[in-house]
Design a protein around this ligand. Structure first.
Ligand code: GRG
Length: 289
């Protein structure tokens, strides 16, 4: 078992490596790197990188080798937040207590910064093969999983459902459907890419997916509960359907706990070695931010 098996340990390992993944060309008239780093280093919890590195170690790989995959997932997560804050989406002026990207750099730059993060994510996977962190076969698998989880069968698909639901009366099943795509899919990519970096078996990849699907829903329910306590949240201002709005806060919390239990149960195939991921899942359901 690695001595890095703490959330802070994994997150720190990721923070240290992050600048090396943003080695982009500088243009005389545009400080693109600054714009990307502004959103990448603005206090995110690094949930997805931690999951990716932890699953890699759980499956017998070296966490270091999963760093490019962890970065690819975090780049896509960051792009989704930059675009989600735009006036044509949620129209949020602040993200993590700081000005959102479009408020800081203008709408056109924020759109481009998001596009750049998305595109660069896939180039990080290709570079991981050149740097011998992962095999070419692992990189091909990773591109398949990540593009599917981030695209129409994943996060973007969820965002389409979200837009289509706007102004309509949503049911709890509508919310589950949307969040399976919008939130849980990218969490699944993080977990499965960690397994893939380690050369895990099909069964391990499958179980990590089950863990992630359940954790992702629990994660979104808790996100809604935390938003519900914030009078200035855009969900509240826009009167959006959320778990606490449809079910009440108490039932929503019970559901988050049920999904977390399902997630933990999916780890049984990994035995005692999954101690970190079990504790992390419980920590996430009890988080305050
Ligand atoms: C392509 C124009 C365009 C927009 C795409 C896909 C998309 C916009 C938005 C969907 C992504 C989204 C906002 C999903 C919600 C998932 C969620 C709970 C995000 C918060 O994750 P945390 O808490 O964030 O891990 P931190 O701040 O810790 O990184």
């Amino acid at each position: 078992m690695s001595d890095r098996m703490t959330v802070t340990g994994y997150a720190q390992m990721f923070e240290e490596a992050l600048p090396s993944f943003v080695a982009v060309a500088e243009h005389e008239k545009a400080d693109m790197r600054e714009m990307l780093m502004y959103s990448l280093e603005s206090g995110g919890k690094r949930v997805r990188p931690v999951l990716c590195l932890a699953f890699c170690e759980l499956c017998g790989g070296k966490a270091e080798n999963a760093l490019p995959f962890a970065a690819a997932v975090e780049f896509i997560h960051t792009y989704s937040l930059v675009h989600d804050d735009l006036p044509c989406m949620d129209n949020d002026d602040y993200r993590r207590g700081k000005l959102s990207s479009h408020k800081k750099y203008g709408e056109a730059n924020a759109l481009l910064a998001g596009d750049a993060l998305l595109t660069h994510a896939f180039s990080l996977i290709a570079q991981a093969v050149e740097q011998k962190s992962v095999s070419a076969q692992a990189a091909i698998k990773a591109v398949g999983v990540l593009s599917s989880c981030a695209g129409l069968n994943g996060m973007i698909g969820g965002q389409f459902v979200d837009l289509a639901m706007e102004g309509k009366k949503s049911t709890i099943d509508d919310l589950f459907l949307m969040d399976r795509y919008k939130t849980a899919a990218l969490i699944r990519a993080a977990c499965q890419l960690g397994c893939i970096a380690a050369g895990a078996t099909a069964e391990m990849i499958e179980k990590s997916g089950q863990f992630a699907e359940n954790l992702g829903l629990a994660f979104q329910i808790v996100d809604d509960l935390l938003d519900d306590e914030d009078e200035t949240s855009s969900d509240k201002v826009n009167n959006k359907a959320t778990y606490p709005a449809l079910l009440g806060a108490q039932r929503a919390r019970e559901l988050a706990e049920e999904y977390t239990k399902n997630a933990v149960d999916a780890l049984s195939v990994f035995g005692e070695r999954a101690v970190f991921l079990r504790a992390f899942a419980l920590q996430l359901v009890n988080r305050k931010v």
